[in-house]
Write a protein that binds this ligand. Structure first.
Ligand SMILES: Nc1ncnc2c1ncn2[C@@H]1O[C@H](COP(=O)(O)OP(=O)(O)OP(=O)(O)O)[C@@H](O)[C@H]1O
Length: 260
């Protein structure tokens, strides 16, 4: 396993955001993290990336204990996080934003050019918009820049926090296709998503988080077929729904979601 976490506990003040969470991801595999709002998905990704302090438990990257290491040290060992909300530099161009991702693996000009080519190969629209300011792009295109920027550091492990959030279905498919492609070329990916059905269709393994603990752990295909998971996280239509599934939101009986 490239990345392993054992019995993690993370607190935010008085809130125990993660309790006894164990997970792992292998080279070439996608692990989907499923769960409702506030379940602990972002906290788990941030803990793995060295951004949230781990109170107890162990994180190993390539077999090395990295628990308590700084985010910078973890990044240098080949792990990259694409945070929720993208966090691009809106006033810089697409090319400049991508360039920012190179700091982890500076290399020479030729190496940088190859990395640009790889990102443009995965997201051709970014080549066309390379000199545009990132803030002018659509949400889906900005998400591509965020993923592309992470890839410029040539990570062996990629953590993605809700990459489909707010995107049109066409973009969701495009981003998740690239995620699959990255895994198929050897990257280990951890994908946190409320868009559970789409994530599980992309993933090899999945875990479901609820209130900071793991409630289900299984191959992604088994989770897609699981009645309990389907009812709570996959929305109407569940695994067979080809369209973008509804987000995991369980409303009290009698209440209908208000769509504006
Ligand atoms: N900086 C923080 N300070 C205090 N509490 C926090 C902080 N970040 C998260 N929490 C709490 O920790 C718990 C887990 O939150 P987390 O953001 O990890 O969940 P999530 O599954 O990623 O949800 P979302 O999909 O809304 O991002 C929640 O109860 C949340 O309110």
């Amino acid at each position: 396993m490239i990345l392993q976490a054992e019995r993690l506990e993370v607190r935010h003040g008085a809130t125990r955001a993660l309790r006894d969470v164990t997970c792992e991801v292998a080279e070439g595999q996608v692990l989907a993290l499923i769960g409702a709002n506030g379940a602990g998905k972002s906290t788990l990704l941030r803990a793995l990336a060295g951004l949230d302090a781990v109170r107890s438990g162990v994180i190993r990257l390539f077999g090395e204990d990295i628990t308590g290491r700084s985010a910078h040290a973890v990044a240098r060992r080949g792990l990259s996080l694409v945070p929720e909300g993208r966090q691009l530099f809106a006033d810089l161009t697409v090319r400049e934003n991508l360039q920012m991702g190179c700091y982890r693996a500076p290399g020479d000009r030729a190496a940088a050019r190859l990395r640009f080519e790889r990102v443009f190969g995965l997201f051709p629209v970014l080549r066309d918009f390379a000199e545009r300011r990132a803030g002018m792009l659509s949400g889906g295109q900005q998400q591509m820049v965020a993923v592309g920027r992470a890839l410029m550091g040539e990570p062996r492990v990629l953590l993605l926090d809700e990459p489909s959030l707010g995107l049109a279905p066409a973009y969701v498919g495009q981003i998740l296709d690239v995620v699959r492609e990255l895994a198929d070329t050897g990257t280990a990916v951890v994908l946190a998503e409320q868009n559970a059905a789409a994530a599980l269709r992309t993933a090899d393994q999945g875990i479901v988080l609820s209130n900071g603990t793991v409630t289900h752990r299984a191959p992604a295909a088994d989770l897609l077929a699981d009645d309990d998971v389907s009812r709570h996280y996959l929305g109407v239509g569940g695994a067979d729904d080809g369209a973008a599934p509804s987000p995991a939101r369980v409303l009290p009986e009698g209440l209908r979601e208000l769509r504006i």
